[in-house]
Each structure stands twice: as structure tokens, then as C-alpha cells.
Design a protein around this ligand. Structure first.
Ligand code: GYE
Length: 314
């Protein structure tokens, strides 16, 4: 595959000009971000921008405000600008076939970060780097079954963005663990779109429908933090009357744990920037890269929060 950089290299060699005058040219990366819906996302954006700077990569960054149509527009504009590599974090899994085929036709490699796409032809993207959301859901489920006992545990669930990889898999992984354990019941489950405002609003509705809830499982910390407000406003004690389990491990979650209001957070690291830039360089250099790069992460119960807090980077 002869991309623009290879072409300019060929030109340099043919022209007899010193290679160094061409080597200066920066790699151009077009990146389509989902939005700024959560603390996680803000840290992810910061990591990508900083890593691009550190790596000397020219980053064209576009924020889609949680809308797939905006991401598709951004990708088309990157294709028109003939960037060297396109990176993006797909807000939902489906509906990417057409635009990814356009990128392939333009010979621009695509790197998926954080979330993946559901397309039949996996040559439409080079690699997917990010967390194992299914395992995160399982970790949340295992913590629940090991720490919350009882014959009738009523769980409410705040799901992430409808159709997104993390919402689908965090639900699936959690359900996998409680399956066959009839004492654990998800009595209500709705999306809070990964935001604090929506998390609060939906939790209010849950409590109005039935205040006798034992556990909240939130697909991210922001929704849990919003829900904590709703629980307090309803005169209940978050972390005590209702056990709260969430995902991400952002600073806000550690603060809530130190205040005794959140019981556990499953880590999901947003610090993908350095790995992304290294991969962009490898792809441009024509080096083979693994199809899947998995982020390593842990789980932090409330009693570890104060000790861990100073080490948190997001
Ligand atoms: O958990 C949530 C964010 O895709 C892993 O998106 C990411 C999720 C993260 O809005 O807070």
C-alpha cells in the first residue's frame, strides 16, 4: 500500500534531495472523539492531546458531542484532508460500514480506541486498543456476590449509552455472574447515557417507583455520582442503605468512596494516548501491530480509596 508518506519518501529518493528535508514532515492523525460526557472522557481527551504533543504528531481533533452523525462527518473530513491515520472512539457499535469503506478506499488506516465497531469486514480497521468491558462487568458482579449477601437482593442498573460497547458488555458480564443465583435480581434497568445529570434523573425515577432498593450498579462513575445526589435527596444514605458499584475509577469516585458514599469502582483506564501515538507511528512505518491491545486494570473497594487516591492519574 503506497500512502502519502511513502509517496513523499519515494519522491525524496528520486529527487536526490537530502532525506532529512522530508523527514521533518509530521505525521497527521485525525481523531474523532465521542464527546465530553464524563470525567473518564475528559481524561481520555487530555491523554490523547498530550501524547500527540510529546510524540510530535500533528493531531486534528474533533468532538462529536455524543452523536454518531458528527463522527461520520469528522471521518469524512479527515479523508478529504488526506490525513495519514484516522483514530476514533465509536460512540455506538453499529453503522460504520460505509464510512470505514471510504477510509479504506482512500488507503487511510483506521485505529479504534476505547470502543469497538460491529462490522463484518475486520480489514476495515487496523487495531482496537482499549479495555475488556465484559471483564469489567464480571468484576462488578463478582464483587457483588462476594460482598452483598441476602436472600432477596434488589438491584437497579444505570446503563451507559444505548448501543455502545461498554454498555452492552458491562451489562452482559455482570448478568453472567449473577445468572443462576436467584437471590440477585435486577429489578430496574435504564440508560443514564454515562452522564451525571441523566444518572441523577433516572435514579430519582427508580426510587420513586420503589425506594426499597439494595444495590445500584452504574456502568460508570459519573452516573453513580449523579445517583448519589438523588439517593441523598430521597433521605437515604448512599453506600449504606444502598450499596453502590460503578466502573471507571476516576478521582470523583475515589472522593465519593472516601466520603463513604460509593462502595467500589472497577477500574477502566482512559490513559490511552501514549499507546495510540506509538501505534500510529508503527502503522505509518508499515510495522505489523496486534489486532487487539487490551488495557490492564484493577478494582478498588472503598477501604482502599484513601491509600490509592494520591496515586490516581485521572
Ligand atoms: O466508562 C464512560 C465514558 O467508553 C470506557 O465512556 C468508555 C466509557 C467510560 O463515558 O465513563
Amino acid at each position: 500500500m503506497m500512502n502519502r508518506r511513502h509517496a513523499s519518501l519515494a519522491l525524496a529518493l528520486a529527487s536526490g534531495l537530502p532525506l532529512s528535508s522530508f523527514a521533518q514532515k509530521k505525521i497527521v492523525l485525525g481523531f474523532s472523539q465521542i464527546g465530553a460526557e464524563s470525567e473518564w472522557r475528559t481524561a481520555n481527551t487530555e491523554s490523547i492531546k498530550q501524547a500527540a504533543k510529546d510524540a510530535g504528531i500533528d493531531l486534528k481533533f474533533s468532538d462529536a458531542q455524543q452523536k454518531q452523525e458528527n463522527q461520520i462527518k469528522a471521518i469524512r473530513s479527515f479523508i478529504a484532508q488526506k490525513v495519514d491515520v484516522i483514530g476514533f472512539s465509536p460512540v455506538v457499535e453499529s453503522g460504520w460500514e460505509t464510512v470505514l469503506r471510504e477510509a479504506k478506499a482512500a488507503k487511510i488506516p483506521v485505529i479504534l480506541t476505547d470502543r469497538t465497531v460491529d462490522v463484518k469486514d475486520d480489514t476495515l480497521w487496523v487495531t482496537f486498543m482499549g479495555s475488556d468491558f465484559l471483564e469489567e462487568g464480571r468484576k462488578a458482579g463478582r464483587w457483588l456476590t462476594e460482598n452483598v449477601k441476602g436472600s432477596d437482593v434488589k438491584i437497579v442498573e444505570l446503563q451507559g449509552t444505548v448501543g455502545s460497547g461498554p454498555a452492552i458488555d458491562r451489562k452482559k458480564g455482570f448478568e453472567e455472574i449473577i445468572k443462576g443465583k436467584p437471590q440477585y435480581k435486577i429489578v430496574r434497568s435504564q440508560t443514564g447515557d454515562f452522564t451525571r445529570a441523566k444518572g441523577k434523573e433516572v435514579m430519582q425515577a427508580f426510587l420513586k417507583a420503589d425506594p426499597k432498593v439494595n444495590v445500584l450498579y452504574a456502568h460508570n462513575d459519573d452516573m453513580a455520582i449523579g445517583a448519589i445526589q438523588a439517593i441523598e435527596e430521597a433521605g437515604l444514605k448512599p453506600g449504606k442503605d444502598i450499596t453502590i458499584i460503578s466502573v471507571d475509577g476516576v478521582k470523583g469516585a475515589f472522593e465519593a468512596m472516601m466520603a463513604g458514599k460509593l462502595n467500589v469502582t472497577v477500574e477502566c483506564s482512559p490513559l490511552l494516548g501514549p499507546q495510540l501515538m506509538a501505534t500510529v507511528k508503527d502503522v505509518v512505518a508499515g510495522k505489523p501491530v496486534p489486532k487487539r491491545i487490551v488495557t490492564q486494570e484493577g478494582i478498588f473497594p472503598m477501604d482502599t480509596a484513601a491509600k490509592e487516591f494520591p496515586n490516581r492519574k485521572y
